[in-house]
Design a protein around this ligand. Structure first.
Ligand code: AMP
Length: 413
């Protein structure tokens, strides 16, 4: 297709301070959220005849870190395919604008109803709470099976639909991302980061279980469990509530971090009965006391400072509070094959990243050209329903299907 013709397929629209340049098939753009990477709009996709979410990555090539993140997300989205993950199910052909036309990249995915921050404000019963946690754990297990350890799960990066289905939006920190206590502080949400991440230690897969524990605690309490004001205060908040960790744990820290940690005041911490008394749990079922004690037991096994003593994802999925939902097809989904084995180690200049991303996008278009999946409905497998506060556009959203439609439509600056 010649360039003029392709340019005519696109139009531009101002959304807040940003201009979206998208294919004409996407209409009625409305802002619905923003994150570290950019702005997200809802839109109506005339080809698929349903609402979608379009994310504009702002300035993905402003520096090497941003460019690497954009590349990593792109490669992982192409490979990962699980219903609890932000997955690229298909890419329509001819969606790549000529590079001169667009200054950023756009991702299109299934429109969800709310992020988890909004859900935390709601009074959830045990059924919904445990089902949301189950799906988080399934999504995480699937990532782990591909060797991707997230390390940065947070409610703003998890979205849900009114049918209580849940998706994780991102792939977390790259393996090479530095995080520790002695790093220069920069503005980022750390409330959900595990002690081993805050303290810059080695980590294993159950680093993500800590984050699920923090999210669960927030859903139960209605407020952030460890609201640290900066990376040092984050550690203070943890030990104030859970107590100063044992000498055995301190011995695992590197010398400078250990000196810092040992010089903090000592805290005895509180029991889980005190931290999460019965009144915080929903009194919804005949067995509410049993459910509350199961939920508390799960929290006490996830919120363990020493990772070697913390429950694993697999154990959490088998926990009585969660395993009522256990479906082998979901939990044991085949692991995704990551196409770029050097993904985490790669270091490039911004120009090289652009080149790599361009190749990925073209490859993606090529592979899916003859295999465009149109909007055929899949059955609504509602397990439990969730009344999300803002379901104003839900007449169409209610028809949203229990699967993910993602299309990459962007280029780069
Ligand atoms: P992100 O930039 O991916 O962190 O997304 C920022 C915010 O946009 C999220 O916290 C959600 O509120 C919203 N959002 C992102 N993707 C979607 C989606 N597919 N459906 C509904 N809301 C979304």
């Amino acid at each position: 297709m010649n360039r003029n013709k392709r340019e005519k397929e696109f139009y531009s629209l101002d959304v807040g301070d940003s201009t979206f340049t998208v294919l004409k098939r996407y209409q009625n753009l409305r802002p619905i959220g923003s994150g570290a990477q950019g702005i997200v709009c809802s839109a109506y996709d005339h080809n698929l005849e349903r609402n979608v979410a379009i994310k504009k990555l702002s300035r993905p090539f402003q520096n090497q870190t941003h460019a690497k993140r954009a590349y990593r997300e792109l490669v992982l989205m192409k490979c990962v395919n699980h219903k609890n993950e932000h997955v690229i199910a298909t890419i329509s052909p001819h969606t790549l604008p000529p590079p001169t036309l667009c200054a950023t990249r756009y991702l299109v995915m299934e429109l969800m109803d709310a992020n988890l921050c909004q859900v935390i404000q709601m009074e959830l019963d045990h059924e919904r709470l445990s089902y949301l946690l189950y799906q988080m754990l399934c999504g995480i297990k699937h990532l782990h099976s591909a060797g991707i350890i997230h390390r940065d799960l947070k409610p703003s990066n998890i979205v849900v639909k009114s049918d209580c289905t849940l998706k994780i939006l991102d792939f977390g920190l790259a393996r090479t991302a530095a995080t520790g206590l002695l790093m220069t502080p920069y503005v980022v949400t750390r409330y959900y980061r595990a002690p081993e991440v805050i303290l810059g230690m080695g980590y294993q897969a159950n680093v993500d279980v800590w984050s699920v524990g923090c999210i669960m605690a927030e859903m139960v309490r209605g407020s952030v469990l460890f609201p640290g004001t900066d990376h040092i205060d984050q550690w203070n908040k943890v030990i104030e509530q859970l107590g100063t960790p044992s000498q055995e744990f301190l011995m695992k820290l590197n010398q400078s971090v250990r000196t810092y940690v040992e010089n903090r005041p000592r805290y005895a911490g509180y029991s889980f009965e005190k931290l999460f008394p019965d009144v915080l749990f929903p009194p919804d079922s005949e067995h509410s006391k049993l459910k509350a004690s199961q939920a508390r037991d799960l929290l006490s096994k996830m919120l363990v400072i020493d990772a070697s003593k913390r429950i694993s994802v697999e154990e959490a999925l088998q926990h009585p509070y969660i395993n009522v939902w256990y479906d082998p097809a979901e939990v044991e989904a085949p692991p995704p094959l990551i196409s770029d084995q050097k993904l985490e180690e790669r270091e490039h200049t911004v120009e090289e990243w652009k080149e790599l991303i361009y190749k990925e996008v073209l490859d993606w278009e090529e592979r899916t050209k003859s295999n465009v999946i149109r909007g055929q409905p899949t059955p609504l497998g509602y397990k439990v329903a969730l009344e999300v506060a803002d379901v104003s556009a839900s007449s169409v959203r209610a028809a949203c299907l229990n699967r993910l439609w993602v299309t990459l439509i962007g280029g780069w600056s």
